[in-house]
Design a protein around this ligand. Structure first.
Ligand SMILES: [Zn+2]
Length: 85
């Protein structure tokens, strides 16, 4: 295996992992973009990124598990999980 083949395989693996982790963290779009543009660096970026959730009151992106929306200040403790408004 030469260096080009190694890099190609590394790039493909990074892309797959970025997309898979992105889907799991509900940031699939970011996962695809990061994997395509940055390869292994994008994969690390996605792996380190915290899962995101959407505030059901204002629609702003918040960190998963947050009890208060940082955008509108809504109380999110009782928010039903998996709801996609
Ligand atoms: Zn909000």
């Amino acid at each position: 295996m030469n260096l080009a083949q190694f890099l190609a395989i590394l790039y493909v693996i990074s892309l797959i992992v970025s997309v898979a982790v992105g889907i799991k963290k509900k940031i699939a779009g970011e996962g695809i973009i990061a994997g395509l543009l940055l390869g292994p660096i994008g994969m690390i970026y996605i792996l380190l990124k915290k899962p995101r959730a959407k505030c059901s009151y204002c629609g702003g992106l918040i960190e998963k598990g947050a009890i208060k929306c940082k955008h509108c200040g809504a109380d999110l403790k009782e928010m039903p999980a998996g709801k996609n408004a």
